[in-house]
Design a protein. Structure first.
Length: 128
């Protein structure tokens, strides 16, 4: 699957976001090391701290099916270019990649895409 196709899947996932409070839909699609893909969207709660980001939703879906190593994630919001993961999601993604330098984060940028490594977005990540 190409990164453009992965981003298209994230775009489709964003259409199912439940965002009555922020009105900021996000979709994410993870490419596991197995080659399988798992999507998620953000969903909010009136107790805003209970909100789940699209990236963590997709991660949970992958983990449910036994995935433990990821290669890339595409993230899409129709309201913003360069929609990178929040800090909490960056740390969660770190847990499931072998090397931060080899995990790609794909986002929409104008009519194209931009690719970051997790190491670029989460330098000095926390590890036990």
């Amino acid at each position: 699957m190409t990164y453009e196709q992965l981003l298209e899947k994230a775009k489709e996932a964003s259409k199912n976001a439940y965002v009555p409070y922020s009105k900021f839909p996000v979709g994410a699609c993870i490419l596991a090391a197995s080659g399988q893909i798992y999507c998620g969207c953000n969903f909010e709660n009136g107790s805003l701290g209970m909100t789940i980001c699209a990236e963590r939703n997709a991660t949970g879906s992958a983990v449910l099916y036994g995935e433990r190593k990821f290669k890339a994630i595409a993230i899409y919001s129709p309201l913003r270019d360069n929609c990178t993961p929040c800090g909490a999601c960056r740390q969660v993604l770190h847990e499931f990649c072998e090397k931060d330098e080899e995990f790609d984060i794909i986002v929409k940028s104008g009519d194209g895409i931009k690719v970051y490594t997790l190491a670029q977005l989460l330098p000095e990540s926390f590890t036990l």
